[in-house]
Design a protein around this ligand. Structure first.
Ligand code: ADP
Ligand code: MG
Length: 503
């Protein structure tokens, strides 16, 4: 369904959905809108807020990435809380990644039926069995969250939200380290052009790119060989190229001694090998750090040889972002297991930390063959629109929403397959109203109702014993048409945005 068709669909229960305030009066006068859209599209293109087109692909051309013209309002207090809790989430996920018993117990049913997770898990067991060559992991993570606008005991007269809830925690290929900050830069330019320079102070600083690159450089220093390279593991075709090349350019700017190379899983399968100390070697380079921007979905592994390449990398001395255990810790099944009573206490020894994390979890339910699983199946059948049904996949477009949750659950309820899915309470974010600017549209954008998802970036370095580096490094905001279930920017329903902090 196109954006305009979706925008025309009336959101369900419109009267119950709350609105965030507009930060500047809209609509803009027609002429002003036309002029600012033209200018800002060029600004975006000329500053690298861009992507390669899926429909008119050429390696030599970029289209600007869709963006929201005026930044969406976001409550300052909730934003501060999201930044603050990131350090606790980093610590939690690092510890989860290093807890073999917990990962094994959490995933034991899922790996029987989900081939992809099963393959990852086999690699995990193989490298643990052999003894890890590289004990240090580099986590470059992103915690995604949405404001919740419909808490049961929320007073109707107060703010249009009551808190925020975590959507998911990404441990592999957490993108938008460049596009996040660059959307703030476009919107700063736009606000200034519209005569609102006084408002810029409410757009928070965002140094995600530097923060993520610092993490990679730090890991490279730990690896400790000046001639070693940082390798970006990439898809066969990279559409979101700016969001990778800017990392590469920034690394070179911050630390000119480091070379960055880009290789696919197939390149690795065909040409990589291990040296005598298990150094990862490819095309005459020794790889010190691997940054995975691929390998998170089944389609990236064309055959067994790409799986063998993943195992080879995991066996190697290179510091991996993520290592296989970090990848597994980021699965939705592990997210659901962490929401079980008592789970967090195993990892966070400070009860106040446990309490903080508990508060951000939405209801998460397993569909295992036990009493709780049966209850979850029944809840989904009785009230499907209350939930989102999620498989063990990343990258968008895999979840089930609305009435389809009931059909899907009914279909799978007697099969083993259900244990590969989790059920999550649906979050109902408050709406904001604004203009989305997309490539290819010749007409002026229309005002649409939208909802946003905030991502906070974290970097963690450490081994099973200790964490030596733990930082919150920046943020990104993605906004989609309110009636769309998902809002992937590359997929075409989401747009770059940044938070405008309100009190
Ligand atoms: P993926 O790994 O595919 O990104 P997510 O769990 O992030 O999986 O889900 C994809 C998208 O679906 C999110 O970006 C969000 O827009 C929407 N979504 C996911 N979970 C929920 C939820 N509980 N409530 C509302 N929307 C959700
Ligand atoms: Mg996601």
């Amino acid at each position: 369904m196109s954006v305009s068709q979706l925008a025309a669909k009336k959101p369900k229960m419109a009267e119950e959905i709350k609105h965030l305030p507009m930060i500047v009066p809209l609509p803009l006068p027609e002429e002003q809108l036309k002029e600012i859209v033209e200018k800002s599209k060029d600004w975006a293109l000329m500053h690298g807020a861009a992507m390669r087109s899926k429909t008119q692909f050429s390696e030599d051309a970029l289209f600007f990435a869709p963006f929201v013209l005026i930044p969406s309002a976001f409550p300052r207090k909730e934003f501060a809380k999201a930044l603050e809790i990131q350090l606790i989430l980093n610590e939690l996920m690092h510890k989860v990644a290093h807890d073999r018993r917990f990962l094994t117990e959490s995933l034991k049913e899922t790996i029987k039926v989900d081939e992809f997770t099963g393959n990852l898990f086999r690699i995990y067991e193989t490298v643990l069995g052999e003894g890890l060559t590289q004990p240090i992991s580099l986590g470059m993570v992103r915690s995604d969250l949405m404001l919740e606008g419909s808490c049961k005991n929320h007073a109707p007269s107060s703010t249009p939200y009551c808190c925020w809830k975590q959507v998911e925690f990404n441990t592999i290929a957490s993108g938008f380290g460049w596009l996040g900050p660059s959307s703030g830069a476009i919107q700063r330019y736009i606000l200034q052009e519209l005569g609102h320079s006084d408002m810029l102070k409410n757009l928070p600083e965002n140094n995600a790119l530097e923060g993520l690159c610092s993490g990679m450089i730090e890991a490279w220093k730990i690896y400790g060989k000046p001639e070693a390279v940082i390798m970006f593991l990439i898809e066969d075709i990279t559409y979101n190229i700016c969001d990778q090349r800017f990392h590469e350019f920034k690394i070179r700017e911050m630390c000119p001694q480091v070379r960055v190379i880009r290789r696919t899983l197939t390149d690795m399968a065909e040409r990589a090998s291990l040296g005598p100390k298990k150094q990862l070697l490819i095309d005459e380079c020794e790889v010190g750090v691997i940054y995975f921007r691929a390998g998170y979905e089944p389609g990236h592994y064309h055959s067994q040889k790409e799986w063998d390449a993943r195992l080879l990398m995991e066996r190697s001395l290179a510091i991996k972002s993520p290592s296989i255990h970090y990848h597994l810790a980021g699965t939705k099944k592990v997210q659901q297991t962490l929401a079980k009573p008592g789970a967090l206490d195993q990892f966070l020894n400070d009860p106040s930390k446990v309490e903080k994390v508990k508060q951000i979890f939405a209801g998460l339910y397993s569909l295992d063959f036990d009493e709780l699983g049966e209850q979850a199946i029944q809840m989904a059948i009785d009230d499907p629109e209350r939930f989102v049904l999620k498989p063990q996949r990343e990258g968008g477009g895999n979840n089930v929403y609305g009435l389809e949750v009931r059909d899907a659950v009914k279909k799978m309820k007697d099969s083993e397959e259900r244990t590969a899915w989790i059920l999550m309470e649906r979050i109902h974010p408050p709406l904001s109203t604004g203009y989305m600017v997309r490539p290819g549209g010749s007409k002026a954008p229309q005002l649409v109702d939208m909802v946003s998802e905030l991502g906070i970036f974290g970097v963690v370095i450490g081994d099973a014993e200790k964490i030596t580096y733990n930082k919150q490094v920046g943020h990104m905001l993605r906004t989609k048409v309110a009636t769309a279930n998902e809002g992937g920017v590359a997929a075409g329903l989401g747009a770059l945005d940044s938070p405008y902090l309100i009190d």
